[in-house]
Design a protein around this ligand. Structure first.
Ligand code: ZN
Length: 221
């Protein structure tokens, strides 16, 4: 067990400025050292050896980096050595994340016969496939800002949760890709609330493109 004392400092404005200056030098040194560290191939040694290799450059660094000479050398050294802790913490995080994803995908793979997923452009937060805009029941696209959490189709009256609508679209696309999809697969009884009066042209038969065509032509007649 390690015990440590903690004191609350009450620095004067001058001391505060000096502390900030040293802290900032440490920050720059850390970032510089990290870039140097990243140049060293993993084959060059253990993590500790590679970080120490960067730490050993400190003497040369001080030749042209004047601010470093204002730091105690142990402070500068430990700022560089901190890279080791950061890398360790990061790889621990990555491992946990990998484990979690593995468990999750394993669960889906054993629980379900088919899993359809959408390839989202996560960086651009884009949704190249229009699965949110498109109505899962009739296919009509409606613009939908992110804060609109429900899907309500002005064309066919289909109403559901925004994400449920997208999920149905993703599933039917997945089925189509496998060649087993034949329609927008929404059970008709969930398409509309039971006791809500709806005009006939809002009711679209789901599950059969032929029925759908017939409905469409019946409406246009
Ligand atoms: Zn619709």
């Amino acid at each position: 067990m390690h015990y440590t004392y903690r004191f609350r400092l009450k620095p004067t404005p001058e001391q505060r400025e000096l502390l900030d200056y040293h802290r900032d030098t440490c920050r720059q040194l850390y970032n510089h050292a990290l870039r140097e560290f990243e140049q060293i191939p993993e084959s060059a040694g253990t993590l500790n050896q590679r970080v120490r290799q960067v730490r050993d450059q400190l003497t040369d660094l001080k030749e042209w980096w004047d601010d470093l000479n204002d730091l105690y050398s142990t402070v500068a050294q430990s700022a560089v050595m901190r890279i080791e802790d950061s890398i360790k913490a990061l790889s621990e995080l990555k491992r946990k994340r990998r484990d979690f994803l593995h468990k999750l995908s394993n669960y889906y793979a054993t629980e379900y016969d088919l899993v359809a997923v959408e390839d989202l452009d996560a960086k651009g937060l884009g949704e190249p496939n229009d699965t949110t805009r498109e109505c899962a029941s009739c296919g009509v696209k409606t613009d939908k800002p992110l804060w609109v959490r429900d899907h309500f189709c002005p064309s066919c009256g289909f109403e559901t949760d925004r994400d449920a609508n997208a999920a149905i679209n993703i599933l039917s696309r997945g089925l189509n890709q496998l060649g087993v999809g034949h329609s927008k697969g929404t059970p008709v009884e969930t398409a509309l609330p039971v006791d809500t009066p709806v005009s006939a042209k809002c009711v679209v038969e789901t599950g059969s493109p032929i029925l759908k065509e017939r409905t469409a032509s019946a409406v246009s007649e």
